[in-house]
Design a binder for this molecule. Sequence first.
Ligand SMILES: *[C@@H]1O[C@H](CO)[C@@H](O)[C@H](O)[C@H]1NC(C)=O
Ligand SMILES: *[C@@H]1O[C@H](CO)[C@@H](O)[C@H](O)[C@H]1NC(C)=O
Ligand SMILES: *[C@@H]1O[C@H](CO)[C@@H](O)[C@H](O)[C@H]1NC(C)=O
Ligand SMILES: *[C@@H]1O[C@H](CO)[C@@H](O)[C@H](O)[C@H]1NC(C)=O
Length: 260
Amino acid sequence: MASEMKIPIVTILAFLLSLVKATQVEITQEWKPDFGWEVTCSWNLYMNDTLQSVNLSKNKQQFFIFRPETQYGNLRKTNTWDLVESVMKVDCLEAVDSGIKGKCVLSLEPQVPPRRDFTFGCEVSGERPYFRMGQREVTVEALVPPSKAVMNVMTPESGPASLNCSTSGLPAPNIIWTVDDQKVPPNFHGVPVWNATSKLWDVWSSFTPQPEALHRVQCTPEVKKGNQLVRGLASQYNDAYRIVLDGTMIIISALATLLL
Ligand SMILES: *[C@@H]1O[C@H](CO)[C@@H](O)[C@H](O)[C@H]1NC(C)=O
Ligand SMILES: *[C@@H]1O[C@H](CO)[C@@H](O)[C@H](O)[C@H]1NC(C)=O
Ligand SMILES: *[C@@H]1O[C@H](CO)[C@@H](O)[C@H](O)[C@H]1NC(C)=O
Ligand SMILES: *[C@@H]1O[C@H](CO)[C@@H](O)[C@H](O)[C@H]1NC(C)=O
């Protein structure tokens, strides 16, 4: 009787032990300029455990299994999917002489403007008898904060100078013009253009202020997604001053050329 009682207790202890010494799993994500997203799942097993499998999923759908044990001597497994909306790549690597550490890097290079968020899940299991598991899931948002606004001054041969402000982000940013912190409507704004190199939307907007108000004008980029609002760094007429100076210098040097 007594020996029969021991089995469940040992099982429970083993189970508790496996909980305490759980496998650690971390996921980090990054937007890489002129590329797209890079999402990294890294694991750290309990000391003398070994890796059984790593299951990766996207939007809850399992799409990749890394199992170094069955691919003996192969500590690395990669794959590429050429999808319509993106080129997706996975690179899983087990740290050479530890056997308990490793990482899978998912890179996703958009081929068309990204519209939807996605979830990325990583499930790591150690070997028998405990199969110590660890798992994480993150949401990768289709959101890239707008870049700092760039203001250009366009001075026509006659008439007032107008300002042209541009930025990029995801989704397409809005450009807000203010004079003395009062919002004013733009005169024109371009249709957002998706830039296949930066994978972001390029936008511009122009505004012709009263000449005396030039120094009090500011343009601020913002990206709106759902109920989130992310502002980028604003630009002011003074930021654009150098360009005006360059223009003046061209005129001066042109005059100098004429005078010579
Ligand atoms: C840990 O390693 C030692 C020695 O290699 C072994 O005896 C022991 O069973 C291992 N423990 C687990 C939980 O794997
Ligand atoms: C990974 O997926 C395989 C096949 O679907 C399954 O047998 C295994 O238990 C999964 N492993 C983990 C750690 O979820
Ligand atoms: C404003 O600047 C953008 C980008 O530099 C350019 O494509 C656009 O034509 C400019 N708009 C005007 C009205 O000059
Ligand atoms: C697209 O983005 C790249 C890299 O960020 C930039 O160098 C290029 O000027 C952009 N193209 C256009 C048409 O704006």
